[in-house]
Design a binder for this molecule. Sequence first.
Ligand SMILES: [Zn+2]
Length: 218
Amino acid sequence: MAILRIRTVPDPVLRRKSKPIRRVDDAVRTLARNMVETLHHALGVGLAAPQVGRLQRLIVLHLPDEDDPRVLVNPEITRREGERRVEEGCLSVPGYLGLITRAVKVRARAVNESGARIRLSAEELFAQALEHEVDHLDGILYLDHLKSHEDLHEIGDDDEAQHHHDYAAEIVDSSLMKNRGEKRFLIARPDSSGGGIGEIKDEVIVQVTPGEIDRFGR
Ligand SMILES: [Zn+2]
């Protein structure tokens, strides 16, 4: 097993389209295992092969409430339902979180580590992570979904903040300070041992325009 170097913007590999994997062989499984180790090391929730410089349609996900990581080969989103505004970060875009629109539910198909075809139905964070990682395979970053540069927020460039990406950060509380037009997020890292929520690491204040306030309610 090995921890791979995570490519960050503006590395051009992040903007290229990945190729389908023809056969799930040991080389693919080794890459997947190394990506999972890299993901755990970075305290992330999802990682796509181009983020480690490999233009292959392979993603790994490890959701905070699941025991085991998922390896998905040639994942394709087949259906999206609903819309919601979410805070999103990316291991390849360190130091920032953006406010974008994602689906509430997605359906997808993929091939698993054993080469079997599978279908998935995902909601909430799982759906968001799937959309985010499948985007990477097409050279798309969440930055492309921002409607305005004002939806992008710097979260600091110290070492601690570097880890809050690809959904490493779980929003544990959010409250709207209506009169100030701000929304406050308390962000915690998933606990790397048990997959639960660890201590609160960060607080992010997001400016909200009046028209957006209703959509933020949670
Ligand atoms: Zn990403």
